[in-house]
Write a protein that binds this ligand. Structure first.
Ligand code: SAH
Length: 460
């Protein structure tokens, strides 16, 4: 390839061999060293591709025809909306293939970004039945000529495509969306129109406590007004007998953020409950709670296993959310300190500790990178630190404090292998050894991958 000049032109049809898969799930072909990204193409395949975008160093293609198919390709994709929705990226790849791909992705990133090579990256722990796993649905509503629609935004547009079922969503959540669509239509509740900022119903959020059977319905509306409220509630309850909570959230802003600041209970409780293992959690409309409860148990069990607790340890759980991992650890540790930046989440965490009769936990509101260094100056020393940061990973100030505090074990739970790799490098340079990494498939059919890693302090 001549430097700076792409070997293909827009609209050209080329025949290529797919060599790899990106983290976004697109196939990668090389033409004289020039990378072409082709969504829905799989490694090993020979394919006819239309070039649709040509950038300087790489381009994009559209799959026209698979000439030689990968053994891992799934032809009879069960989901009717897969081609348009964009919520899942990997349904065309066998589930075994997805799990292998995620393991490979983690191994590659650890090596490339973290320069970590002598580490065991285990095969990804997957689900035996990788469908219908999500316990939370957030579905946009709108008005069309034929009535209310509820579904998903077509890729790269604000057009809502009506949907009857989402196969990675729990059936109960699908039922909520269909029930609200019917009832709201019947009582003349209009869908929200983002252009004119008129109409009522913006989103319906459904939350299901898979292990308790309790269901929460959240109606997100543009203003406080909700026409025919009493009838609406009554019929939702009739259609969905296991509803225990119906709440309204009011979002008055012109924004694509789902929730507004005000939440009012229309009927029942403001919480539903769920269990992970033996620990019970109260979940409110806006609480962060892992969306795949079955795999959450697998992930937390791994974290607990890596923490190797015998009842004498002090543990810190950084980025603790509503205290899920903290309470899991508190079953086996002497004392757990949890820290989290969202005050409401800490209120939930404290409530959850009480709910489970656990007195060996303390929760603090604040940035982990501020609170943990402060704890350090106060003489708090942990035997184990668990971190579970958001996608951007841990702040340097936190990593520095971990290196100073020198807990024997660090258990790093991560939803982003790239920032995980970056942070593991810092910890390795500070005297830790990454012993093993366990990818866990929390989001089958999507490109997301979660990891639980064990580090042990070896000294410099
Ligand atoms: N461990 C929890 C939550 C993990 S999600 C669980 O498994 O359910 C990451 C959490 O980190 C979120 O709750 C987010 O609010 C919180 N967070 C983000 N930035 C933070 C910071 N600087 N310090 C502490 N917590 C933070």
């Amino acid at each position: 390839m001549t430097k700076g000049i792409a070997p293909v032109t827009k609209n050209e049809i080329v025949e290529v061999i797919i060599e790899d898969l990106t983290h976004e799930g697109a196939g990668v072909a090389k033409i004289d060293g020039y990378a072409l990204f082709i969504p829905k193409a799989l490694p090993g395949e020979r394919a006819r591709v239309k070039v649709i975008k040509v950038n300087k160093g790489y381009g994009f293609g559209k799959l026209i025809e698979v000439i030689e198919k990968s053994d891992e390709r799934i032809d009879d994709i069960p989901c009717p909306i897969f081609q348009n929705c964009g919520g899942c990226q990997l349904q065309h790849l066998s589930y075994e293939g997805q799990l292998k791909q995620k393991q490979k992705q983690v191994r590659d990133v650890l090596e490339r970004i973290g320069k970590i090579t002598d580490v065991t990256v285990h095969p990804t722990l997957g689900m035996s039945e990788p469908w219908r796993y999500r316990n939370k649905a957030q579905v946009p509503f709108a008005d069309r000529e034929g009535g209310l629609v509820a579904g998903f935004y077509q890729e790269r547009s604000h057009e809502i495509i009506d949907m009857n079922a989402c196969l990675i969503q729990h059936e109960e959540n699908d039922k909520v969306v269909q029930a609200v669509k019917e009832v709201a239509s019947k009582f003349g509740v209009r869908g929200y129109d983002e252009k004119s900022h008129k109409g009522t119903l913006r989103h319906v959020v459904a939350r299901y406590g898979v292990n308790t059977g309790q269901l929460m319905v959240v109606l997100v509306t543009r203003s406080k007004e909700l026409p025919n409220k009493t009838n609406l509630i009554e019929e939702i309850r009739e259609k969905l007998p296991n509803v225990t909570s119906i709440v309204q959230n009011i979002n008055t802003k012109r924004t694509n953020v789902i929730f507004g600041d005000q939440t009012v209970v229309l009927w029942g409780e403001d919480y539903i409950y769920d269990m992970i293992g033996d620990v019970k959690f109260a979940i409110s409309a806006r609480s962060f709670y892992q969306v795949n409860p079955e795999q959450t148990k697998v992930l937390y069990d791994k974290a607990l296993d890596y923490a190797e607790l015998n009842g004498s340890e002090t543990v810190i759980d950084a980025y603790c959310g509503i205290g899920t991992i903290s309470l899991f650890l508190a079953q086996k540790a002497k004392h757990v300190y949890g820290v989290e930046i969202v005050p409401e989440a800490i209120d939930d965490a404290k409530r959850n500790a009480k709910l489970n009769g656990m007195t060996n936990v303390d929760f603090a509101v604040g940035g982990a990178e501020k609170v943990i260094p402060w704890w350090y100056t106060q003489g708090i020393r942990a035997d184990t630190i668990v971190v579970d940061p958001p996608r951007k990973g841990c702040d340097d100030a936190l990593l520095d404090t971990i290196i100073k505090m020198k807990p024997k074990r660090v258990v790093y739970v991560s939803c982003n292998p790239a920032t995980l790799a970056r942070d593991l490098r810092v910890l390795e340079d500070g005297g830790y050894k990454t012993v093993e990494v366990q990818p866990v498939d929390m989001f089958p059919h999507t490109t997301h991958v979660e990891c639980c890693s064990l580090l042990i302090y070896e000294g410099k």
